[in-house]
Design a binder for this molecule. Structure first.
Ligand SMILES: Nc1nc2c(ncn2[C@@H]2O[C@H](COP(=O)(O)OP(=O)(O)OP(=O)(O)O)[C@@H](O)[C@H]2O)c(=O)[nH]1
Ligand SMILES: [Mg+2]
Length: 290
């Protein structure tokens, strides 16, 4: 039996370069007309940066909910209802297929309608400048590439890919500013930190991956009780503890070291990769409160 149950989940997730990005955003916010904030559909609450209300206060905002292909569609609709009641503008996208992308430009124009109309009334053409901000790995650079129809910004399946601001011209009247993903100094509760780590917004090398996998099992077993059983061919209901499920997955997948010990690390990596890739089903970790 592993000591896993007794380990603490301690996420040191705020590297120095994020302070640099925060300053970059503060310095460049005056240059843009609008900010698009990307949030991950699987954890819409946890992936909204609480610092943005202050950092981005001077500009209109558009929320772009990314990765909707990986999220539970019912929960995504509940979020949309909740935002619509609050009068918050948002667009849902699945950037792997391009779904929803064509709604982004009309939404930008709608948010900026008063400004664009006042320019038009004076016979002037307005170049729209939009900054894209959000937690790491939430699809900022991929959104830019989808809008442009070319690989203008570097995008990869890990957090911390974009390392500095980058302007990309979309058309004669729209310019986009890609920014590196940022988190905040202190997360409000452990759960938000876990959700960001499960979905790949926090680098795996700053967390204990085995504890993270155990927490993922605990969370899925509560919210989507059949997901692990279906994927790994085990009867999760016959186990009382998440660690027992973890060990059953290790055995089932043959993750066993030479001396017969279970290879918890290998199993953790596989489970997290498969969860992130949607192989455990379309899963949302957070529903709106109302
Ligand atoms: N399935 C799916 N994958 C997506 C979606 N959006 C982005 N991705 C993937 O998520 C990964 C991260 O995308 P990026 O665009 O690099 O994310 P980012 O926000 O720019 O990340 P940083 O620059 O590290 O802050 C890439 O592998 C994308 O292909 C989506 O809507 N659905
Ligand atoms: Mg990026």
């Amino acid at each position: 039996m592993s000591d896993l149950q007794n380990r603490n989940m301690n996420i040191q997730w705020f590297p120095g370069h994020m302070t640099k990005t925060r300053r970059y955003i503060e310095k460049n916010i005056g240059l843009v007309d609008i900010v698009a904030e990307t949030v991950d559909a699987r954890c819409i609450r946890a992936s909204q940066n609480p610092d943005f209300d202050r950092l981005l206060a001077s500009k209109p905002r558009l929320m772009i909910i990314t990765k909707t292909d990986l999220a539970d569609p019912d929960i995504t609709s509940r979020w949309l209802n909740s935002f619509s009641k609050q009068g918050r503008q948002c667009v849902c996208v699945a950037l792997n297929t391009g779904r929803g992308v064509k709604e982004v430009l009309p939404a930008i124009r709608s948010v900026l309608a008063p400004k664009l109309e006042s320019y038009a009334a004076k016979g002037m053409k307005k170049t729209i400048r939009m900054m894209i901000c959000g937690v790491p790995n939430s699809g900022k650079s991929t959104l830019i590439n989808s809008l442009c129809g070319r690989r203008a910004a570097l995008a990869q399946d890990r957090p911390g890919v974009t390392r500095g601001g980058q302007w990309v011209t979309l058309s004669s009247d729209i310019e986009l500013l890609d920014t590196p993903g940022i988190l905040w100094n202190k997360f409000e509760d452990m759960q938000s930190g876990l959700h960001l780590a499960f979905t790949g917004a926090v680098k795996d090398d700053v967390v204990d991956i085995e504890t993270l996998a155990l927490e993922l099992i605990r969370t899925l077993n509560t919210k989507y009780p059949s997901a692990l059983g279906l994927r790994y061919g085990i009867d999760t209901a016959s186990y009382s503890e998440p660690l027992e499920i973890y060990e059953a997955v290790c055995r089932r997948r043959g993750f066993i070291l030479r001396g017969g010990e279970l290879d918890y690390e290998r199993c953790a990596k596989i489970m997290l990769d498969e969860f992130r890739a949607g192989k455990l089903g379309r899963i949302s970790l957070e529903a709106p409160y109302a």
